[in-house]
Structures are given as C-alpha cells and as structure tokens.
Ligand binder design. Structure first.
Ligand code: GAL
Length: 498
C-alpha cells in the first residue's frame, strides 16, 4: 500500500499473521468509488476490481463489510472495505477476465483434484485446506480425490474431464515431463506471470524450476519435494536380530536370509496399484548406475543395453523371492500393516511412507537408509498444482496457488506429508519443527546428486512411464531378464524416436 489519505481510515492491517487474506481493512471517510480507493492506496485506479472482489469475499462472512454490486458504484462514507495486499491485487489482475463479472462477488467453490487419500497424504492436504479456509473462508472447498497411489487412477479420470471442458479448478500434477500428457498449451494456463508476481522464481531451487518448465513455461506450483529412494526398516525387528541397515545389495540379501530363517517377511511389497514394483526398480537402477548414467537412460545418452540394466533386473528378481507372497493384493500402504504388527522388516518406498508412519503414530519404530547403492543420490519428484484454462472458479484457483507456493502452506503441508518444502527460504527454526527424517532429507537434498524419478512424472512422458511400468509387471511373471531388457529398450526407442 503506497499511501493512505483523508479518504480512508485504516482499521486493522492483517497479513503477516496468515489468518486472513493478506490485506487491510479500510473505512471510507467520505463517499468514493473503488477507482478512487485504488488510486489512493495503490497509486493506480486499475486495482478497483481486486478491491471489489476482496471486499465482497469478506462481506460473505462478515456483514460489517460493504457488499458492492457494481464496479463503478459510489460507496457511501462509512463503507468498510478490504483492500488486498499489492501482490494478490496484481495477481488478481493477471488472472481476472473482465468478461467475468461473476468473479467480483466472492464465494464459489474450489474443486481440488488429487490422489491423496492415504495416511499422511490426506492429513497434508487437509492442512493446506485449513490454511486456505482461514484466508478465504467464503470459498467452499470440494476435495475431489481419486484413490490410487502415484496417481495412475486419478490421471485416467482427470484427463477426459479436462478435454471435455469440465476440469477440476486445480489438480495435482508431478513436476517434469508428465505435463506433456495434458497438452498444456491447449488445456492449461501458463503460470509465468504468477511466478514473477509471487516471487516463486526466486525462492524455488533451479533444479526444480528446470523440471517444472516445459516448452518455456511453468505449468504448476510445487508444494514439496519427495524422495523416491528410501529403505524403511523396522527398528524393533532389526534390534531383535542384531541387524544394521544394509549399504549394499549383498548386505541386503544377507539380512533377507537371516529374517527369512527367523520367520519374518524380509521385504514388504504391495503392487496392487501396478506401479510399486516399477518404483522399486527405478531405485535399483539409480544405485546400480552412476547418476549420469541413470539420467542418460531418459535422454538417450545411456543405452538400455547397458549391463547395469540387466544387473538391476537380476536384483529385482531376487528381492521378489523375499517379499510377502500376497504382494499383488496389497497397495504400498496396506502392505505396511505387516510392518505395524512386526511381521515385516523392510519396505522400499518414497518418503510419503514417512507421512503414513506419522499418521499411524508409529514413526518411532521406523529407521531409514538410502536404498542400497544410492548413498549420495536423491531420486527426486515434486507435486505441483496446475491451473486448467477452463477452471470454473479462476480467482479461487489463484488464491489456492498462492497458498501452495507460500512458506506457511509448505510448512503446514510437508510436516504431515513426509516431504520437504520446495522453497529454499526455510529458516533453521522452521526446519527444527520437522521430524528427524525430514530434517535429514533437507540436508540430503542440498548435498546429494539429484536424479529424476520416472514413476512419478519427473523423468519421462506418461506414455514411456506406462511402457516402463508394464515391462516390469510382465517381468514379475516371466522373470526373464533378457526379454525385459529388450522391452525396456523398445520403450525407450519409441519414446525417444530412435
Ligand atoms: C506420488 C506422489 C506422492 C505420493 C505418492 C503415493 O506420485 O507424488 O505425493 O502421494 O505418489 O500416492
């Protein structure tokens, strides 16, 4: 706010507290138009629509605020307005379509599409919703989740809706090449202007910005960074058999033998979602190959004939011999019940598993280590929210993205989700609020070699991800290394056009 003159009396200035939309409450001392107020506050009359919208939003939940029915209305002395902060006001003007008068009245819905339904996922999402509601209580949030880890079910549901012109207002989208499957130039709104206005291009790591940028534009606002390559182990079982976390596959299989003899399931797996074993395979690849070799698999620089690919398949085949036999019937999270009741010892999964452990309040018995061979390597992915061009409630989406990209939003969300904030401006005091795993993850993210996850959208377009996943699922049946390697090679050739 640049200046406030005799036209207005300032009542309260909120915004730093994070408990209401950032802005200021003003009472007119004499009759004025919104353009007058905008000129007085911002030095520019153009922000009148933003003030109208913000005031009408407030009026829906607090009747002391003016209800404004026309942009050119002369408001009486004594009218109480809510003037949003300059950042939101600018973002409003960037998003608002002047043909959409309905967006000036506040309220409406915010339909949020995601696949976050399990322990940790649901809690993280709810934390974002809580923060959103505290800032925008006039908006009704519709939680349009579709269950199914890694989003394979959700993605199949949301794409036809987007094409049919009936998208959710905003939806979960992995950072990386996954966006290609949404034909973003046709269906999504590029977010470059919002990145500049909210300063996200300054507070997000450059690796991540590169991942989100596709065809020169940003298509989603990240809420987190997840790590794919974590070996979770049951500390009580490990203590009982005097085991230490494995650092190599040889050590890993030695532990498996000990546990098998003792009647404990060495490796807990659920593959009912169809992606979980393929996820395990990407982690094995990331340890068997060097970071550059692994990255090269997705760019064509490392041939899929590489002996490391065959070795990774051999390792996977062997791991499956130590898994719970009912793995096809379990998803990643239901399989973890073996962990809870101390019947299963190790689980290789992304760190959303930590969100699940926290939600079940059993994180005290969980130890973690990098997947064997991946010490110093961080297999990364990030969840973003996208903005469909046909969103029915665009201003509510703008406010949602503001919350997603904010520090408050990222702290509240990630503490429950098991991921770390994508923002780089987390202070040591804020970091200290996270649990020990998440703190160690922040350190690894800053130090390790970062390589992209394939199963979670970062490394390859969706068509390739699906071919990769299918090849690994067939491998579970055939156990044939040579034909699987050939199928992986063919998938790469199809995707890279070679
Ligand atoms: C990933 C997603 C995570 C987590 C996981 C399991 O694809 O990025 O946020 O939810 O799936 O559903």
């Amino acid at each position: 706010m640049q200046k406030v003159c005799w036209l207005l009396a300032v009542l309260v200035a909120v915004g730093l507290l994070g408990w209401a939309q950032a802005g200021t409450s003003l009472v007119l001392e004499k009759p004025a138009s919104l353009a007058d107020v905008s000129l007085t506050v911002f030095g520019d009359s153009a922000y009148a629509p933003a003030i109208m919208r913000a005031t009408n939003s407030k009026a829906l939940v607090d009747h002391s605020f003016a209800r404004i029915s026309r942009l050119d209305e002369i408001l009486p002395a004594g009218a109480k307005l809510w003037v949003p902060d300059a950042t939101w006001a600018k973002a409003f003007l960037a998003v608002w379509d002047p043909n959409r008068v309905e967006d000036l009245f506040g309220g409406g819905k915010l339909v949020v599409g995601s696949w976050w339904t399990t322990g940790g996922e649901a809690e993280g999402l709810e934390a974002l919703f809580d923060l959103y509601r505290s800032r925008y209580p006039d908006v009704l949030i519709v939680n349009a989740t579709v269950a199914g880890g890694a989003g394979f079910v959700f993605k199949a549901v949301v794409k036809p809706r987007i094409i049919a012109g009936d998208p959710p207002d905003t939806f979960q989208l992995h950072a990386g090449l996954e966006v290609e499957g949404y034909s973003p130039e046709i269906y999504l709104r590029p977010l470059d202007d919002l990145y500049t206005i909210f300063g996200w291009d300054k507070v997000l790591p450059s690796d991540l910005l590169d991942m989100i940028r596709y065809k020169g534009h940003y298509w989603g606002v990240p809420v987190n960074i997840h790590r794919s390559n974590v070996l979770w182990y049951n500390k009580e079982i490990f203590a009982r058999y005097d085991l230490t976390p494995p650092t190599s596959w040889d050590e890993f299989f030695a532990i498996c033998e000990t546990l098998k003899k003792a009647g404990v399931i060495p490796v807990i797996i659920g593959n009912a979602g169809g992606w979980e074993v393929a996820h395990l395979f990407e982690d094995i690849l990331a340890g068997v190959l060097s970071p550059d070799e692994y990255r090269g698999l997705w760019t064509g620089e490392t041939p899929w004939t590489h002996p490391g690919v065959a070795r990774a398949l051999e390792i996977l085949k062997r791991i499956m011999e130590y898994a719970n036999v009912d793995y096809p019937a379990h998803t990643w999270d239901t399989a973890l019940d073996y962990f809870v009741v101390d019947k299963g010892a190790m689980h290789i999964m992304g760190d959303w598993a930590m969100g699940w452990f926290m939600a079940k309040q059993i994180d005290y018995k969980v130890g973690w280590a990098p997947v064997p061979g991946t010490k110093g390597v961080f297999v990364a992915l990030s969840d973003t929210f996208a903005f469909p061009k046909r969103a029915a409630n665009p201003i509510n989406v703008l406010s949602w993205l503001e919350v997603c990209g904010s520090k408050e939003g990222q702290i509240a969300f990630n503490m429950r989700k098991g991921s770390i904030p994508a923002r780089t401006d987390i202070t040591p005091e804020e970091k200290a609020q996270f649990n020990p795993y998440l703190q160690s993850c922040m350190e690894d993210w800053a130090r390790d070699a970062i390589v992209p996850s394939v199963m979670h959208g970062a490394a390859a377009p969706e068509s390739w991800v699906v071919d990769f996943k299918d090849a690994i699922n067939l491998f579970l049946v055939t156990k044939d290394v040579a034909s699987t390697q050939a199928a992986l090679m063919a998938a790469a050739q199809a995707a890279l056009g070679k």
